[in-house]
Design a binder for this molecule. Structure first.
Ligand code: MN
Length: 280
């Protein structure tokens, strides 16, 4: 099932090219999307059949006529994987004189949840004289409280998947600083539930800037797969329902500038495009 947040923070099920507003069918408070989402995820066995029936009851509208919003707007934390594709690891280590950038050594890092924007919002670059890069990533939302979960069990804790752009300012500052500016985490276009995604480690992922293909990889090339990322994160601290983990980017990261349009497409997930602007 594809679950989108649309228009005035309403919940929609997306099927084919249509969005079905199901906000009246289950408890859903547009003033508290994150809380409503957590409630939905933690009782999904109850609500799933209700939502499936609702699609046949309410009128659908074309997806292109709705405003898509961030499907997970306020997680308590965003864990992110650095150098989690071998080709990107080679790219980074060549650039930095073979400094030992490996995920085994670095583990995960935190991004500010306030950096999240929706899949049709704008990235605002904070500085005109600094380089900012795109990073195409597969992300997921945690559906159940998780602490010390082994990777073999991790799939039971992942509610669903979506695309993520981990926008990054290059430079010497701390990684979490350079990646946590407002608007630096566009996510979307919606949550695809884990059962509908199937194997998350066999998804083609492509990113274009304007019409130029910049990144193209398959999620099977991750070093720490989604389940290992959840294991590692949950060893450090308790993951709560609604928390987000984004799983790192393949080779091909490159600079973005005002006026660029960044399009991310992930197989079985969907695609979205955001524009880049700068501070006026
Ligand atoms: Mn990244």
């Amino acid at each position: 099932m594809k679950l989108a947040v649309i228009n005035d923070n309403r919940l929609a099920v997306v099927e084919g090219e249509s969005a079905f507003d199901v906000s009246e069918e289950i408890p859903w408070n547009p003033q508290d999307v994150q809380g409503s989402l957590v409630q939905l995820m933690t009782s999904f066995e109850t609500y799933k059949p209700v939502l499936e029936k609702a699609v046949n009851k309410v009128a659908g509208v074309p997806v292109e006529q709705v405003k898509l919003r961030a499907p997970v707007p306020k997680p308590s934390k965003i864990w992110a994987a650095p150098v989690n594709y071998l080709d990107h690891q080679s790219e980074m280590n060549a650039k930095f004189n073979n400094a030992p950038f490996t995920i085994e050594k670095l583990k995960l890092f935190l991004k500010a949840p306030s950096s999240i924007i929706g899949p049709s919002d704008k990235i605002i670059l904070p500085f005109k004289d600094r380089r900012h890069d795109h990073e195409a990533e597969l992300a997921f939302v945690v559906g159940r409280e998780a602490k010390n979960v082994p990777m073999e069990e991790a799939h039971r804790y992942i509610f669903g998947y979506f695309g993520c752009l981990d926008i990054t300012m290059r430079g010497e500052e701390e990684r979490s600083w350079r990646k946590s500016f407002d608007t630096f985490t566009p996510i979307g276009p919606w949550i695809v539930t884990a059962d509908e995604v199937g194997d998350p480690h066999n998804l083609q992922m492509d990113l274009w800037v304007n019409d130029e293909l910049r990144q193209s990889a398959n999620t099977r090339q991750m070093i720490f797969n989604c389940y290992k990322c959840l294991e590692v994160a949950s060893q450090a601290m308790t993951l709560y329902p609604g928390d987000v983990i984004t799983t790192g980017t393949p080779a091909g990261v490159g600079p973005i500038k005002k006026g660029d349009r960044i399009r991310l497409r992930i197989e079985r997930i969907g695609e979205f495009m955001v524009e880049v602007d700068d501070q006026q």
